[in-house]
Design a protein around this ligand. Sequence first.
Ligand code: GLU
Length: 464
Amino acid sequence: MPGIRTRFAPSPTGFIHLGNIRSALFPWAFARHAGGTFILRIEDTDTERSTPEATQGIIDAMAWLGLDYDEGPYFQMQRMDRYRAVLDDMLARGLAYHDYMSEAELDALREAQMARGEKPRYDGRWRPENATGRAPPPGVAPVIRFRNPDAGVVAWDDAVKGPIAIANAELDDLVIARADGTPTYNFCVVVDDLEMNITHVIRGDDHVNNTPRQINMIRALGATPPVYGHLPTVLTPEGDKLSKRHGARGVLQYRDDGYLPETIVNYLARLGWSHGDDEVFAVDQFVNWFDLSGLHPSPARFDPAKLEWLNQEHIKRLAPDVLAARLAPFVAARGLDVARGPALADVAALLRDRAPTLVAMAEQAAYFYRAPDVTAEMTAPLNERNRAALANVAAKLAATDGTREAIAALLKATAAEHQLKAGEVMMPVRWLVTGSGHTPAIDAILALVGRAEAQARIERGLAA
Ligand code: GLU
């Protein structure tokens, strides 16, 4: 379906969190799956809250996740002439009208309606048919209202939520341009979705209430509405709506914390969408599988522990050289010089089963590139029985061929010679060489650290 056109239309009013960017992921995947077009549209008409930094944050987050767009970014503030032209056209065709009601009148109307137990709504007094012969009051700058149909229902088959129908009697005539002439949000979306030939609007379900109004305007303009699909809310583990206030972190924070972009895409894909029981999948796999029928209407819960688990799974799946390239900046950020130690790909291959993030992996990689400072914790396992054995290991390392196998044999033979269990030698060696009691197999570590360096670290520890 190459004719498919989808869009992500964020408002650049704050930092972009995982819940926000999920609204980009699904329309992107749908367009990519169908060989269609994905558009980025920045909805920056709230000039007080929109910032260039927020726009840049959106663009950077999309780039990091690989959510590439074919058109845009379009900026609504640069399309004001188009909105004005459509407003003029709607006025001329009687689809919209000037409303001269003052704030005070509107307030009075609202109060009277509420006193009668009615829902407050505009009463249509400046609709053309009600205002014939009435002169506009002097000094009032009018708003422009869309003339909503009076009767019938607006219905659509939501791609996520199923059939939805709203009675027109529930909708009053929407203000589409303020008294200062600026067009309002719902109107700009309609003009853009039409002029950008959007075929599928996939967005958060906080917009469900806007949809009947938008459909009415699109129909009034003589066009066919796109397909709408409203994504369920993302909740925190505690059940609150995911937001800055409720623990949401910026998308790029996950990058800095050592998450892989493929993890984030995989995780977000599973927040509201599924393909059988598949939990761990690659981005291209997701695009291949994606269809709207896999989207679920029930709220999705964000689970940081599961995200970390998934990151470990994706780390395990990367080829060592690819993983090393991802890891390199994190290692460098710790002030480690990889030129002074084993190939990073070998280190990554050894650590990848036990580091849930690149940050954790870089932390664990430190002892390959820098001898740990000797601490009391490191020398605590030393005793009269193992000191001689450790000195022996250090002395004999140079005579091995330096392979993991040869080093393992040396450790075992030396332990036996001194009537110790293998672990009674390996554990203190581990502490002295790595500064930690939890590492991968010590023979593999010594092989990577190198014989001379390992010898120096053991002897340094024994002398401390
Ligand atoms: N700008 C709106 C928002 O950020 C989205 C509008 C839409 O997708 O139709 O919530």
